[in-house]
Ligand binder design. Structure first.
Ligand code: FMN
Length: 325
């Protein structure tokens, strides 16, 4: 854990993103130099009830390590059982940390008392965090927002409570739940959390390049930055951030050849992990991101969502290269 924290000044962490940060994408982001990654959120209740989908989300390959597992729940018992399950019966590599989701704004999570809703019930969040700490033999972290809405910003108090409940690390997304993913990120709000606790704090929200990563580190005083949406279709984003943080170098976007090769690799990994049918269905969502900004991107994007086989995608990639190079 100490080794990982030391890497954070020079590298960004891949944020958990449901539907995106699966094994395939995590593998690529780690290859390009992410400090660590986190699984998509996994329902603690689903896990202990033996839900196949929830258990499938736990698999971690050696190429993704260090990787944390993120859990969500609205009550301590399932969190305790799920944390123990994750530590004892992990699939592949053991996660180096368990992260508790206290930031998800989605109705299917926050509407049932977990995710960001836990910021409205901090006593319950304390019990849930303490339950995970009791059951896990790896460190426990908590990812949360600045509060539920502007009238109830309680990130500082929440952070203190999580630290007291045994959390080893905190990640703060600098928005309230009401702000969802819009509004500028409030760096001062994140800085206030960093100042109040002794454990490491990671800042998150709207890192779009090396400069914004550096600014976030400097203005919040945080121990590291976590990036999400800017990495869609751009796993090399982690190499760009590292180059900037290490030596102030601005790396250009890769050439179309590297971009399409990385996209194909991503889809091959998806197919290898999920099988061709499911892999190609998921590929439709991600390939569009890789074409962004390339010459002829709009047309390629609309064709990419209709491809059914890897061979068709390879043909499309070859065409992209002819037009873009
Ligand atoms: C599609 C999508 C899925 C997400 N899923 C999760 C999740 O499973 N767990 C979580 O803690 N946050 C989730 N988030 C929030 C991100 O981890 C991150 O906090 C947010 O996107 C802000 O960072 P960014 O501006 O770098 O994207 C998700 C965000 C997006 C856009």
């Amino acid at each position: 854990m100490i080794e990982i924290i030391e890497r954070l000044k020079k590298r960004a962490i891949l944020a958990p993103m449901a539907g995106y940060t699966d094994t395939a994408f995590r593998t690529l982001c780690m290859e390009y130099g992410a400090a660590y990654c986190v699984t998509e959120m996994v329902s603690a209740k689903g896990l202990v009830q033996g839900n196949h989908t929830a258990r499938g989300l736990l698999a971690i390959t050696p190429q993704e390590a260090p990787c944390a597992v993120q859990l969500f729940s609205d009550e301590p018992k399932s969190m305790e059982e799920a944390a123990a399950f994750v530590c004892e019966q992990h699939v592949g590599v053991k996660p180096f940390m368990i992260d508790i989701n206290c930031g998800c704004p989605a109705r299917k999570v926050a509407g049932h008392g977990s995710g960001a809703a836990l910021m409205k019930t901090p006593e319950l969040a304390v019990e849930i965090c303490a339950a995970a700490v009791r059951a896990a033999d790896v460190p426990v972290s908590v990812k949360f927002r600045l509060g539920w809405d502007d009238g109830s910003r309680n990130a500082v108090e929440f952070a203190n409570r999580m630290e007291a409940a045994g959390a080893s690390l905190l990640t703060v997304h600098g928005r309230t739940r009401a702000q969802m993913y819009a509004s500028p990120v409030d760096l001062a709000g994140i800085a206030a959390v960093k100042q109040t606790v002794k454990i490491p704090v990671i800042a998150n929200g709207d890192v779009v390049d090396g400069l914004s990563a550096k600014r976030m580190l400097e203005e919040t005083g945080c121990d590291g930055v976590m990036v999400g949406r800017s990495a869609f279709g751009r796993p090399w984003f982690f190499a760009q951030i590292a180059a900037y943080l290490e030596r102030g170098e601005v790396l250009p976007e890769p050439e179309p050849r590297e971009r399409t090769a990385t996209m194909l690799r991503h889809v091959r990994l998806l197919c290898a992990n999920e099988g061709d049918a499911l892999g190609m269905r998921q590929a439709r969502k991600i390939t569009a991101h890789y074409f962004k900004g390339l010459h002829g991107a709009a047309e390629f994007r609309s064709r990419a969502v209709r491809v059914n086989t890897l061979a068709e995608l390879e043909e499309l990639a070859a065409e992209v290269l002819l037009v873009a190079c």
